[in-house]
Write a protein that binds this ligand. Structure first.
Ligand code: SF4
Length: 205
């Protein structure tokens, strides 16, 4: 688990968000390890400096995923200006409001990025017949990914990772911009209660 995520979880340790954030961070850490191994084993890499997927993508995420992103935006001073972007007109149509073409990873919240962003181009998925396959990202014009892989042994898929995520958060998904806006408002209120030392807050555990 990264230092940044540990600090976020610690900041919310007196609240009912603590346990679910911790579970999500544990899942993300497992996924980092598994997708890194998967990319190494099958020689999969994005093209140098490519972030094109984020330019065409306002991902659907769960409220739990949004809680980690929102907490990061609120707690990291340098990231707060990004909150304004979530309220910009037309933001829900994409591209992702957290995309930054000048950043090395092109993601302003790389350490707390949602599940799909961790898996896109880094995991197998199930085809219509239920077989695990890996297909080259359509933006990978450099051909740094294999065009098609099939597997003769069981591999984790996008669907199995999504199932693991949903088991932590029974709610549905919505656009990142919508979900993070809502969680920024909730967590901002919670942070103000924590800072004012209101131990009777119904949000405190
Ligand atoms: S959260 Fe980050 S990685 Fe995911 S789509 Fe947005 S900019 Fe890209």
């Amino acid at each position: 688990m990264s230092e940044t995520i540990s600090q976020i979880i610690k900041a919310f340790e007196e609240t009912h968000h603590h346990q679910s954030m911790n579970q999500l961070a544990t899942l993300y850490a497992e996924i980092e390890e598994q997708t890194s191994r998967f990319r190494d084993e099958y020689s999969i890499a994005c093209g140098p400096g490519c972030g094109t997927c984020c330019e065409h993508f306002n991902p659907d995420i769960t409220a739990l995923e949004a809680s980690l992103v929102a907490a990061y935006l609120l707690l990291e001073e340098s990231k707060r200006p990004l909150i304004e972007r979530l309220y910009a007109e037309g933001v829900d149509e994409g591209p992702c409001p957290l995309y930054n073409k000048d950043s090395i990873y092109h993601c302003s919240v790389y350490e707390v990025r949602p599940l799909i962003c961790r898996l896109f181009g880094s995991s197998a998925s199930l085809d219509k017949s239920g077989n695990a396959v890996f297909r080259r990202c359509k933006y990978n014009e450099e051909g740094t990914m294999p065009a098609l892989l099939t597997f003769d042994k069981p591999v984790a898929t996008l669907q199995s990772y999504s199932y693991a995520l949903r088991s932590l958060d029974g709610q549905g998904v919505d656009l990142l911009s919508t979900q993070v806006r809502a969680l920024v408002e909730q967590l901002q209120f919670l942070i103000s209660l924590i800072e004012s030392g209101d131990d009777d807050s119904p949000l405190a555990s």
